[in-house]
Design a protein around this ligand. Structure first.
Ligand SMILES: [Zn+2]
Length: 340
């Protein structure tokens, strides 16, 4: 059979079919009560496949959007532009529509990026940021060649949002914003924009994780507000900070006159501080199978490796730092057999 006469398989459909089948066939297996019967391993495997399928579908959607935009089909259907078509006609959220539209336009320029979208090394948010920058450059009368855009996308592979922004700022030599901006808003709230040095930002991030018990949402306004409030309270109490003892020395110096409950509290705090240092301020949970360690800095707590109730001790070797989620997870698992 010649290559020409060989029937061409519908490639896109066939590569999507096995996973899409899970979603599309009138199959009761995707109903919530039936998912309950899947084993943990089955559930996780299926989720991985579905995520890959979702990325594949996203890519196909972007290609369709490119074609619709090129033919201006939205006009005939009564929409004044692609954005209105996506939000009003297809029901995407404003942010979702914007991301898809920008990504589709970048994909039209650099079709090779489709492979990155499919394997997950680039996401819609990164594509959107790149396209936004390219548009800004075009407005300035500069334009990035396709080759340089490809190089840029290569650099952005597997970067998180913060890394992506930094790479783009370097690539496009974005001016440094150093001026503070304070803008009163109509509900009397104040919008504050400021710039930190990397060291200051590291300090702030550490304070944020240490405050995650009191500021569980981790919003910067709560964190900075809480730090300021605490600082003011201590300052107004007029205790010179230089005279304040470290926890360690106060424990060493704690005489018999000090109440045992106070001593215990100091000891507890000092131990936690040492454990946090040892754990580099990160949750110490590690999946035994993959060796993936949790990197959470959120609501870190001290956990007994061997629970007290099962004969564990309060010695340092039996203590470690876990995030709230993993502490609860191990508590639910009975604390012993799960990942260490
Ligand atoms: Zn954790």
């Amino acid at each position: 059979m010649s290559a020409l006469s060989r029937p061409r398989p519908p490639q896109e459909a066939s590569s999507l079919a096995p996973d899409l089948a899970i979603l599309l066939r009138k199959d009761s297996s995707v109903e919530p009560q039936n998912l309950k019967h899947l084993s943990n391993a089955e559930l996780m495997t299926r989720m991985k496949r579905l995520a890959a399928t979702e990325r594949k579908i996203t890519h196909v959607i972007l290609l369709h959007l490119c074609e619709i935009e090129e033919r201006r089909l939205y006009l005939k259907d009564g929409y004044d532009g692609m954005y209105t078509y996506l939000t009003q006609g297809l029901g995407y959220s404003e942010a979702g529509a914007y991301r898809r539209l920008q990504s589709a336009r970048l994909l039209r320029r650099i079709p090779e990026a489709a492979a990155n979208l499919e394997n997950g090394s680039l996401n819609l948010s990164q594509m959107t940021q790149v396209q936004k920058e390219l548009q800004a450059q075009t407005k300035k009368g500069l334009s990035l060649s396709a080759e340089r855009t490809k190089d840029l996308l290569k650099k952005l592979e597997n970067q998180n949002s913060q890394e992506t922004q930094r790479t783009l700022a370097l690539e496009f030599d974005s001016p440094l914003q150093t001026q503070d901006r304070i803008k009163p808003q109509k509900d009397d709230s104040i919008r504050l924009e400021t710039t930190f040095t990397p060291e200051q930002f590291e300090d702030l991030k550490q304070a944020k994780s240490l405050l995650s018990h009191t500021c569980p949402d981790g919003a910067w306004n709560d964190v900075i507000g809480s730090l300021a409030k605490d600082f003011n309270k201590r300052k107004l109490r007029d205790v010179p900070s230089g005279k304040r003892e470290s926890f360690a020395t106060s424990i060493q110096n704690a005489g018999p006159s000090e109440k045992p409950s106070h001593r215990r509290e100091h000891l507890r705090i000092a131990i936690k501080r040492d454990l946090l240092k040892k754990a580099q301020n990160r949750c110490e949970y590690t999946d035994l199978k993959t060796q993936k360690r949790c990197s959470s800095t959120y609501q870190l707590e001290v956990e007994h490796i061997q629970p007290l109730a099962l004969g564990g001790s309060n010695s340092l070797e039996n203590l470690r730092i876990l995030c709230r989620a993993h502490n609860n997870h191990l508590a639910r698992q009975g604390g012993l057999q799960a990942g260490r």
